[in-house]
Design a protein around this ligand. Sequence first.
Ligand code: NAD
Length: 492
Amino acid sequence: MTTLTVTCPVTGSHIGDVPAHSPAATRDAFSRARLAQQSWSTTPVSQRKQIMLRLHDLLLERQAEFLDIIQDETGKNRGSAFDEVLDVAVTARHYAHAAPRLLRPRQVRGAVPLLTRTHVERAPVGVVGIIAPWNYPLSLALSDAIPALLAGNAVVLKPDEKTPFTALLAADLLAEAGLPDDVLQVLTGTGPVVGDTIARECDYLMFTGSTAVGRELGAIAGQRLIGFSAELGGKNPLIVLPSADVARTARGAVAACFANSGQLCISIERIYVHRDIADDFIPAFVEATEAMRIGPGHEWSTDMGSLISPEHRLQVEELVSDALSRGATLLTGGRALDELGPAFYSPTILTDVPTDAHLFGEETFGPVVALTIVDSVDEAVARANESPYGLNASVWGDVAEARRVASRLKVGTVNINEGFAAAWASLDAPMGGWGQSGVGRRHGDSGLLKYTEARTVAVQRGVALSGSSGVPRERYAQVVSTALRYGRALLR
Ligand code: NAD
């Protein structure tokens, strides 16, 4: 069997090798998953809930192991790695408590009051395929698997080629928490082989990654008529209103733009600052950015780590050089930090980025933000809405005004006086993208219910709704029409 080599982006050292599974091996994994799912789906939800609560506890207990491997595979700083542990723990807790309520058969209003009793049951779809990216290798693997498993599905999960060990360790932890064999399988391998086979075998596909791959997988899901959710790219805007608190906004914008080295689908890549506050905000933002502590290591003291690879850094560098060569102005950063490692890049603020520069509209997925001064709130909203993406936005200033702005933005989440974390961590609310940022939602009730099929069961008593053989058709029509006329105001 061929293998994939995993390298630490900070040191260039070899972490280990994992199998590059074949299409046949992937199909075998589905056969095992289908068998395991049969008994898992009959396991009471109360037991599935206990497993997820144990996962929550074990993850917090063994977090140091996870932080180390996440950092080694991705190069991110320890604080960003901890965000993943936190996210998975609270997701496990949230859905463990929500699942019994969501999966209980629900009585709904029947066709005819008193005569029709209708309820809706929820059945698992079967085997859910999850294809995950490298930027949050724990979070984006497990936080979608948790609701799928709680709903009674088996899961076949493909981590990114660069970050398989985090997902493999997470699978061990789920086994330790009590998940039976083969209910969750991590299948390492490449996208075009293992990912493609998963898309062709699974009963529901959850994908997080680039818009280009999302489109290809959506076409496969469409052909197969299976459910599909995709969390894709973003070019997320942040608006600074004149009423914003300058110091707080500057600090918040640093986290919003540069957390996880900007390799975060919901991080900010565009800032629109109102002219009335620009002279105060811009120097404060530059100063806060330059104060960031960047570096390698497992300590908690750094604010930003490395990018995922030297190749990705090169792409970021090229986007910045392209913008500068077309007339953009560099306010800070714009430099490869070779003294720290082969994939470090300084947090970078550009302004006057012309519309023909690639990074004007394309996702950078790095620590780079384009800042633009606007003359009005209307202009800020119009510019923010210019992108074909629609994932996340952030608005800073007086809350009442910011709420009015939020309601005009064409995005899946808006954070007021926060960059991205408030909406993301509101697990009871749906999260996902408009436009080219995706289809479907994670989080919220729909984040679990999407992994189920609804079965509506209706019991009819007394009169048959399709018309009684003893009543002439015309008479039946008259009675029903009269009932509808009287019922119009009463029944909603
Ligand atoms: P990518 O699309 O190249 O890879 C993501 C996953 O898809 C990997 O596991 C990869 O192996 C797999 N894959 C690649 N080609 C495939 C194919 N032909 N068939 C099946 N699977 C395939 O994404 P990337 O560049 O590694 O990740 C960064 C992107 O992910 C960014 O665009 C980012 O915005 C997006 N992202 C979105 C979210 C979100 O929640 N919206 C979260 C994180 C990342």
